[in-house]
Design a protein around this ligand. Structure first.
Ligand SMILES: Cc1ncc(COP(=O)(O)O)c(C=O)c1O
Length: 452
């Protein structure tokens, strides 16, 4: 049996961790008695203030938001995007008042359990992607139909949570990864984000956006010079929300940021950006009131990484060049071993326009491929890949919205016929070998399909 290759795993390779930088920043924090006190006592509800300040300034210089630099009041510290999604639901949802969880399909599959934990089993619904990352028309129609149905049955139950202390419970949640999505790699253009936000305002939706891959981007074109200027990616939903915040101080979107993909998942530190009102209410969740801000000690280690520019340097000098090179190896391998067999890369339409002297970006951790229709479903292909070729891939059905029969049905003719491939874990030769193995399998299966 060949050495196992795992193109499913969405983890950064350990050799890419900023180990030395982290050793220095940790030592500097631990050598300062004041910082040690802050790190080892219960943290303030909003999180370690120096890190919040560093994040606000780092995000401001990265995103250049139209409304100006991001004030620290818009930022709180989380224990990573997963933990924070649970917190958001604790504070801004109620299983009786929040009627539906809309999830862009295919979805980051591990989010489904977080919604179930919060009492939303059976209430999750898929919103299909199109070339632009989300079918907004579909969502609008579904929301309208659902609202009519609700009115007819007049069946709203009393809140599960005590009235008074939960001052903003949204009627709907929309969960998405709008840039370099996991799993589809699609990115939503600005106009689509604006439509999503307009819908959110109209139907009282909280848009929870996992903005976890945006730092990792490079020219999509392999031949572009190393120092090419990238066309900007679209503004985050929270930036658009902030720029158009009207009478309602809550806003309708929340950005879930994380150091998991750019430092390492074990740091368990992330951040939230949203309106000041939403941020201060989020930090009043019960677990934080009792235990203080999540990941307090680690926050004191990460702050110097940001303040000194060490993390940004690591992203620019190590992560981006490595992932860029692996991305192109993967793409070439797909072109050589899979495309001649009818496999297609299906990562959506261009989402930005390259100005003069600019090039289009690619980025994130994943690409998505679709298998030819004559092949069995992707789960069968994935099982065979594992058994016969020691190759693991993430097959389409994994990304169905749990409990939504329509999502499962739609998947059969769309994303369910494909697979997600990741370049973050393995080195270039293993990526090339993994795709070559998949090519061999697809070829064998195509021959079998023709002969049967
Ligand atoms: C879209 C998305 N959200 C959240 C996470 C998990 O983030 P964290 O490690 O910050 O909990 C991942 C990790 O794969 C992801 O792809």
């Amino acid at each position: 049996m060949p050495t196992p290759i795992n193109l499913q795993l969405g983890w950064p390779s350990p050799r890419l961790f900023p180990r030395e930088e982290l050793a220095l920043s940790t030592a500097s924090s631990l050598s300062n008695l004041e910082t040690v006190k802050q790190g080892l006592l219960y943290g303030p509800s909003l999180g370690h203030a120096p890190l919040r300040k560093s994040i606000a300034s780092w995000l401001s210089s990265f995103y250049l938001p139209k409304s100006g630099p991001i004030p620290i009041e818009r930022i709180s510290i989380s224990g990573g995007a997963s933990q924070n999604l649970a917190n958001i639901l604790d504070v801004f949802s109620d299983p009786h008042i929040t009627q539906r969880i809309w999830m862009v399909e295919p979805t980051y599959f591990l989010a489904c359990t977080i919604f179930e934990d919060a009492g939303f089993s059976g209430k999750m619904r898929g919103v299909p992607e199109n070339e632009n990352g989300i079918d907004v028309k579909f969502l609008r129609e579904e929301l309208k139909a659902f609202t009519r149905q609700q009115e007819m049955h007049n069946g709203v139950l009393p809140p599960v949570k005590p009235p008074g202390s939960y001052d903003k419970i949204f009627k709907h949640i929309l969960y998405l990864t709008p840039t370099f999505s996991n799993p589809s790699a699609k990115t939503m253009p600005t106009s689509v984000r604006e439509e999503v936000l307009a819908l959110a305002r109209e139907f009282d939706i909280l848009v929870v956006s996992d903005d976890v891959y945006e730092w990792l981007r490079w020219p999509a074109d392999k031949s572009a010079p190393v120092d090419s200027k990238l066309a900007p990616i679209p503004p985050r939903l929270v930036d658009l929300d902030r720029a158009t915040l009207g009478e309602d101080p809550w806003g309708n979107s929340i950005s879930n940021g994380s150091f998991s993909k750019i430092i390492g998942p074990g740091v368990r530190v992330g951040w939230t950006e949203a309106s000041t009102k939403m941020i201060s209410r989020l930090s009043l969740n019960g677990a934080t009131q009792s235990g203080g801000a999540p990941s307090q000690l680690t926050s004191t280690f990460i702050d110097p990484l940001l303040r000194t520019g060490a993390l940004q340097k690591h992203i620019e000098e190590i992560l981006i060049p490595t992932y860029r090179s692996r991305f192109h190896v993967l793409m070439s391998a797909i072109q050589n071993h899979l495309e001649p067999l009818g496999v297609k890369v299906t990562t959506g339409a261009p989402y930005t326009v390259a100005g003069k002297d600019e090039v289009l970006p690619a980025g994130g951790f994943f690409t998505y491929i679709s298998f030819p229709e004559s092949l069995p479903s992707a789960d069968v292909i994935a099982k065979k890949a594992m058994e016969d070729y020691a190759l693991k891939i993430a097959y389409g059905e994994m990304f169905v919205i749990r409990g939504d029969k329509s999502s499962l049905e739609r998947s059969k003719s769309t994303f369910g016929r494909g697979a997600r491939l990741c370049w973050a874990w393995h080195e270039e030769e293993e990526i090339e070998d993994g795709v070559r193995r998949l090519g061999e399998l697809v070829k064998a299966m195509l021959t079998e399909a023709t002969n049967s």
